[in-house]
Design a protein around this ligand. Sequence first.
Ligand SMILES: NC(=O)c1ccc[n+]([C@@H]2O[C@H](COP(=O)([O-])OP(=O)(O)OC[C@H]3O[C@@H](n4cnc5c(N)ncnc54)[C@H](OP(=O)(O)O)[C@@H]3O)[C@@H](O)[C@H]2O)c1
Ligand SMILES: *[C@@H]1O[C@H](CO)[C@@H](O)[C@H](O)[C@H]1NC(C)=O
Ligand SMILES: *[C@@H]1O[C@H](CO)[C@@H](O)[C@H](O)[C@H]1NC(C)=O
Ligand SMILES: *[C@@H]1O[C@H](CO)[C@@H](O)[C@H](O)[C@H]1NC(C)=O
Length: 326
Amino acid sequence: MSPYIYIFIVLQVIFFTQTTAEAPRWKLNDGHEIPALALGTWLGNTSKPVSDEVVHAVRWAIDAGYRHIDTAWIYRVEDQVGRGLKGYKREDIFVTTKLWNDKHARDAVVPALRQSLKDLQLDYVDLYLIHWPVGQFGNQTYDTTDYLDTWRGMMEAKELGLTRSIGLSNFNQHMIDRILEAGLEKPAALQVELNLNLQQPALLDYCKKNSIVVMGYTPFGSLFYNKAKSDAPPPRVDDPALVEIAKKYNKTVPQITLRYLVELGVIPLPKSLTKSRIEQNIDIFDFSLSESDKNILKGFDKNYRTIPQYKWLDHPYYPFEKPEKH
Ligand SMILES: NC(=O)c1ccc[n+]([C@@H]2O[C@H](COP(=O)([O-])OP(=O)(O)OC[C@H]3O[C@@H](n4cnc5c(N)ncnc54)[C@H](OP(=O)(O)O)[C@@H]3O)[C@@H](O)[C@H]2O)c1
Ligand SMILES: *[C@@H]1O[C@H](CO)[C@@H](O)[C@H](O)[C@H]1NC(C)=O
Ligand SMILES: *[C@@H]1O[C@H](CO)[C@@H](O)[C@H](O)[C@H]1NC(C)=O
Ligand SMILES: *[C@@H]1O[C@H](CO)[C@@H](O)[C@H](O)[C@H]1NC(C)=O
């Protein structure tokens, strides 16, 4: 056999047997780049997890091609994310974490990020977000610190090099406008709930115009029966229209919903602790949806929120539309 043919076969084996997928990187308004899909790491409650499930998830994710991990101080898994990242090159992975509600005082922000960095065993994160506009003291009473002051603390954290970029989570358009009108640094990203039932076209449009990248949390919404509340609108994972679209592209229904978010210009943050699902959820960058299929998916938008946080309705900075009964 000619050595050239041999080399050719070896290269084929190297390039076509690898199963990793990678997400494209999108430009942030501060010049940095962000991978367009992240592993979510919230376990669904705020009790301290007892096992190392997130360590494994992070390692499976990176091996499958993920280059972005989304976490938060309140998830109580930053230590696990840190252990999961061991052995990989720091500069290859984009790490997002978030400031909790009890650290809204301007001078509490830098110490809070230092604590997160200690737990993550990192010198810096790539993106630090204010988790909610709603401030609360440790005893759960409201802290009504103006989020403009919290934002000034975020700017200081960036200045110190503790984070490359800064952004917001669960802020509404009016609140972002206030930050911009105050002449403060422009947020690089906004993380909000975004899924088939809550597509937020007006907010997406606003962020696009202001070059703020949108990250979509709870990207599966009420797709799975075990998570859907009884009042949740369709679709579920076995919805005939979704199953038909999935079949057409030889993908699963969860993959179709994630791909749709990417095509809306949103970075989905699917959470899974299951190796096969982690691998499946990033395998969405080798196809695109037709206009007519996107129109079908658009039809599921019902402005339905899975995380309305009604317990904070009375806070002056409650960010969402209030239900009519209030
Ligand atoms: N900024 C905020 O306020 C905020 C709020 C909520 C969430 N988040 C972020 O967004 C992330 C994702 O949101 P989320 O955790 O609420 O919900 P999600 O990612 O929409 O759904 C997670 C659920 O879907 C299951 N799942 C994942 N992939 C699947 C697949 N391919 N097939 C079938 N089932 C699948 C998971 O099960 P298994 O794990 O058992 O596989 C888990 O039960 C969070 O982890 C967090 O990082 C941010
Ligand atoms: C929190 O979630 C974890 C992971 O799903 C579960 O093992 C644990 O029992 C839950 N804790 C509480 C108090 O609900
Ligand atoms: C809650 O904590 C805040 C801040 O420490 C304090 O000012 C306030 O008095 C406390 N309220 C109650 C009811 O304990
Ligand atoms: C369909 O997808 C599966 C899983 O990714 C793959 O193994 C299979 O080869 C694909 N089939 C076709 C016809 O592309």
